[in-house]
Design a protein around this ligand. Structure first.
Ligand SMILES: Cc1ncc(COP(=O)(O)O)c(C=O)c1O
Length: 424
């Protein structure tokens, strides 16, 4: 057979890339715990946890075991008109940890966002309201499918590429960066937008506490508390996109808990299966599912082929149980302390604009977006995997990472920035 990398180069699309890729693609042979091994046996410490998903690291014995067991019993079965115990067990766990009621299991984060949008529209319709717009924040990111893209920040997600195809929604100002920062302007703008457009708006879609791919922006949870009250006032569903923040990333199981609020709808994904399989969920209050189910509409019109896949359900159960059994919150707090301490020395570097961190997330924002590739190359040459984007050099780690490896990741990111400074 042709060298597999050559096949990849000629035929495989990689995310956000050209074909063949214009940027370097690393050939990975295997993973173990919080390490990635390349084809030539180079060992990299994983500073990305596979885009926020591998919260327990890779090849975890309990998760591996769950999959092996399930594959012998039933790898897949359609979910239309059929129930299975694995999905019920997972659903029960999700109901327990979210405090919500009605779970729709689907394929990926973006699809769960689409389902959340459909649910919100149907909920309003069931109440005889024709509301087809969504309110979202500037700098938001909710996924790459067309509906999800339409509620992403218009510049970051390049709405312009798709011209008239994307529906037009309403965007309000994002809160200032900082867990304790002033958010008065953002809440004022939100209120004004709600006052003006509430008759058209089905739901407010928001990434609670941390806006991820739209800028790694940590903001004040009190903004969410006030936003929730405004949504109640105008009968607009509050949709918390916890796909990135969920399962402990911000130091709470779900970031909404920082604001002590319960959303009407929550979307989850990424860490749901501990990064093993593609699965996400749209979870709503009982009120939302009751209103739709008891109306003339009567049904939630969505049904993916791989809905409730038993393999994904089994590994998701193992992942949540592992989290709950392991005092994850104490570990995430320790990780947060290490980020806080180690990031300090980046603060006064010439190329650095600001630093911020929360839970298992640490971010260095540069003044300039020209260094991402150089910084990544430097880190890989020193045995650390990160994938910076634009001005953002960041790491999101598995909760099983050792203190020493975490410190190495942060120190290497900082050395990489210094090495770029020497070039200026
Ligand atoms: C907040 C948020 N919503 C939605 C998504 C889309 O999830 P997926 O990539 O699984 O479609 C992401 C992915 O990064 C995300 O961070």
């Amino acid at each position: 057979m042709e060298n597999w990398l050559e096949i990849d180069r000629k035929h495989v699309w990689h995310p956000y890339n050209s074909l063949p890729s214009k940027t370097k693609i690393l050939p990975v042979k295997r993973t173990e715990k919080t390490y990635i091994y390349l084809e030539d046996d180079t060992k990299l410490i994983d500073g990305m946890s596979s885009w926020w998903s591998a919260i327990h690291g890779y090849n975890h014995p309990k998760l591996n075991e769950a999959l092996k067991k399930q594959v012998e019993i039933m790898p897949h079965i359609m979910f239309g008109g059929i129930a299975h115990e694995t999905a019920a067990k997972l659903t029960k766990l999700l109901v327990q940890i979210t405090g919500l009621n009605s779970v729709f299991l689907c394929d990926s984060g973006s699809v769960s966002v689409e389902v959340a949008m459909k649910t919100a529209i149907l909920y309003q319709k069931a109440k005889n309201k024709e509301k087809y717009k969504f309110l979202a924040l500037e700098n938001s990111y909710h996924g790459d499918t067309l509906g999800a893209m339409s509620v992403c920040d218009q510049k970051n997600s390049m709405h312009s590429l798709y011209g008239e195809y994307l529906p037009k929604h309403i965007f309000s100002k994002t809160p200032n960066i900082g867990f304790d920062a002033d958010y008065s302007e953002a809440i004022k703008d939100l209120e004004e937008k709600l006052e003006k457009y509430h008759e058209q708006i089905a739901g407010f879609m928001v990434e609670p506490v941390v806006q991820g791919a739209g800028g790694m922006r940590v903001y004040n949870p009190s903004f969410l508390k006030e936003a929730k009250k405004l949504c109640e006032k105008y009968d607009i569903l509050f949709i918390a996109d916890e796909i990135a923040t969920g399962f402990g990333h911000t130091g709470k199981m779900f970031a909404c808990e920082h604001a002590d609020i319960k959303p009407d709808i929550m979307t989850i994904g990424k860490g749901l299966t501990g990064g093993y399989m593609t699965m996400a969920a749209m979870i709503s209050s009982k009120e939302v599912s009751d209103v739709i189910s008891n109306s003339e509409i009567g049904v939630l019109m969505h049904g993916p082929t791989f809905m409730g896949n038993p393999l994904a359900c089994s590994v998701a159960i193992a992942s949540i149980e592992t989290l709950l059994e392991n005092n994850w919150q104490k570990r995430v707090n320790e990780i947060e302390d290490i980020f806080t301490e180690e990031l300090k020395s980046a603060k006064n570097l010439k190329l650095v604009n600001s630093i911020r961190n929360i839970g298992a997330i640490g971010v260095i924002e540069l003044n300039d977006s020209n260094y991402a590739q150089k910084i990544q190359d430097y880190c890989v040459s020193k045995g650390v995997w990160i994938r910076p984007f634009g001005k953002l050099i960041y790491s999101i780690v598995a909760y099983t990472i050792s203190d020493d490896d975490l410190k190495t990741i942060i120190k290497t990111m900082i050395e990489a920035i210094k090495s770029c400074e020497e070039l200026t």
